[in-house]
Design a protein around this ligand. Sequence first.
Ligand SMILES: Cc1cc2nc3c(=O)[nH]c(=O)nc-3n(C[C@H](O)[C@H](O)[C@H](O)COP(=O)(O)OP(=O)(O)OC[C@H]3O[C@@H](n4cnc5c(N)ncnc54)[C@H](O)[C@@H]3O)c2cc1C
Length: 382
Amino acid sequence: MDFTLNEEQLAIRDTCRAFAEQEIKPVAEEMDRTGDFPYTIIRKMGELGLLGLPFPEEYGGAGADFLSYCIAIEEISRGDTSVGITMEAHTSLGATPFYLFGSEEQKQRFLNPLASGQQLWAFGLTESEAGSDSGGTQTRAVLRNGSWHINGSKSFITNAGTDMTAGVTITAVTGQRSDGHKEITNIIVPKHTPGYIIGNPYKKMGWKASDTRPLTFEDCTVPEEDILGKRGEGFRQFMHILDAGRIAIAALSVGLAQACLDEALSYAKERKQFGQPISKFQAIQFKLADMDTEIELARLMYYKAAWLHMQGRPFSREASMAKLFASETAKRAADQAVQIHGGYGFMDEYPVSRYWRSVKVNEIGEGTSEVQRMVIAKHLGC
Ligand SMILES: Cc1cc2nc3c(=O)[nH]c(=O)nc-3n(C[C@H](O)[C@H](O)[C@H](O)COP(=O)(O)OP(=O)(O)OC[C@H]3O[C@@H](n4cnc5c(N)ncnc54)[C@H](O)[C@@H]3O)c2cc1C
């Protein structure tokens, strides 16, 4: 067993670490306060190839492996998770479906500008009545005269409304299967399609500079050929997309947990009480040691899940475990980081208060902690 990162993985880690330190961290507080989408940062990331890391160069990508992509998400999220989730949702949810299931023509037309960082793309699965129960999709698409006519709505869709966004791929019910279940198909909806209405951004507790919106489809019409793969394959496709996405969300959580440890450690070494730095008190040392241990474990868990994925081996169980453990590790780390800061941790001028607000969503997005436990229990044969 060899845990050494190769040269390319190290280079990507170092590039992203430096970018987060120099370009993201200095403006993270302002982004959180204003909620403005970070166009300058995202465009620079596109120029660096960070918005198409795991895709081949022939489709505008950087040709890196999946673990490198996850390590990049960890480092960018260590700088700020609004930027981390923008990169993750664009890559794992927006661009990957084109790469895995798109025709050659769709890859050239849609994936190329996404992987090269000129455009962003969103993936719309969640609806008001279809959250954890993702098969509960009610949005319908009817095929008439060579076009899909879509009616319905989607909730909480990341990257749907930025100026850089070119469109969304949505799940829609397109019929009924022979076993009585809904036939679900993934349909490509470019931004200015008539009948596609992008709502105002939600006001959120964290990830404030990321773009999250409700979407409505009112007799929205797209050509018959603008579906991913074959009609009726939508459910299988998004289950696969979500499994891999969970590894990247685990990496995002590890990045945030690491940022909590970075801040807590540096504060503990500076803050003096009873005549010495609080880092000299065993009670504080044990908190820091527990954070470091859990972060290392969560990192190894997402490394393993990414490795299985790269080997073409089953990885659903390990992806859910990594996402579950990493998001709960990040929550504990944020909590302890605030505790170590005392009253100052409750004040907005210290980053840990922002981390504490932002960390909660990691246990909700791309499958709640309960859903991850359901997946793991299913693998146990329950
Ligand atoms: C900031 C943000 C960004 C998002 N971005 C996207 C996006 O880009 N695309 C997209 O499609 N979606 C997106 N989502 C949606 C996200 O994936 C859902 O919020 C999530 O899957 C949970 O669905 P829900 O909110 O409807 O909660 P619900 O499913 O209503 O769950 C409510 C509670 O009940 C629990 N629960 C539900 N069913 C069970 C069960 N069978 N057993 C035990 N407990 C259960 C849940 O775990 C949770 O605690 C985003 C959400 C947020 C907050």
